[in-house]
Design a protein around this ligand. Structure first.
Ligand code: MG
Length: 223
């Protein structure tokens, strides 16, 4: 019986604006300053370095790794703080959190590093019972079932008690399902009719919708 609803952060609860700004504007700007080169060249060199590491490597997600590697003096937290106005919650996410928070435990399981995730969730802190950064807390990417196992262990729940929703079909749908977590793939933008696809989070607040995914009989949250 599902009693915990788990959300991915980037592209699911939050628009990716702050990530784009951080990784593709702010870091290149600092890199350009350090090396006294033009911004276009800095963007190219920084992107080449990102590509060399790649998203299946946990270092790819960690600001500290990149600031150390590029020799940038400013702290990642200060840079993120300066652009925190870029945090943007999707309207349907806000509606879903409001609609679900009385009846379910709500958690976040994200690939975002702790520094960015805290800034994002800091906008809506009261909704979540737990917030996990897979890369900062577990040193793992969400393509690894162990990430979800560690979340279950930390919460002391069976995987079948969690419904996870996210916009990456592999990380948020295929991987959690491997260990028995219920999962939905959020795809707001295309017309695909794939299995267990949801096109907006607001639908989660409709009892009939959750029933469709065998998560009926949810007990009242007991805190
Ligand atoms: Mg995502």
């Amino acid at each position: 019986m599902v009693r915990i609803i788990s959300f991915d952060a980037d592209g699911t609860l939050f628009r990716v604006d702050i990530l784009k700004r951080f990784w593709f504007q702010e870091i290149p700007r600092l890199y350009a300053e350090k090396h006294s080169i033009g911004l276009d060249l800095a963007v190219k060199e920084v992107k080449d370095s990102y590509r060399e590491v790649g998203p299946s490597d946990v270092r790819w997600y960690l600001p500290k790794y990149w600031f150390d590697r590029f020799g940038l003096k400013k702290s990642p937290r200060d840079v993120i703080q300066d652009i925190s106005h870029e945090v943007s919650l999707y309207g349907d996410a806000r509606d879903a959190l409001i609609g679900l928070s009385d009846d379910f435990y709500l958690i976040v399981v994200s690939n975002s590093p702790r520094e960015i995730l805290e800034t994002q969730v800091g906008r809506i802190p009261n909704y979540f019972d737990s917030v996990y950064s897979s890369v900062s807390d577990f040193d793992r990417v969400k393509d690894d079932v162990e990430t979800y196992r560690l979340v279950c262990r930390d919460l002391d729940v069976d995987p079948s008690e969690i419904l996870h929703i996210g916009d990456n079909r592999e990380h948020d749908f295929e991987v959690p399902r491997k260990i028995g977590i219920n999962a939905l793939h959020l795809d707001r933008y295309t017309e695909n009719e794939k299995e267990n696809r949801i096109d907006n989070l607001r639908d989660l607040t409709k009892p009939s919708y959750l029933k469709k995914f065998n998560v009926k009989g949810v007990p009242q949250k007991n805190k």
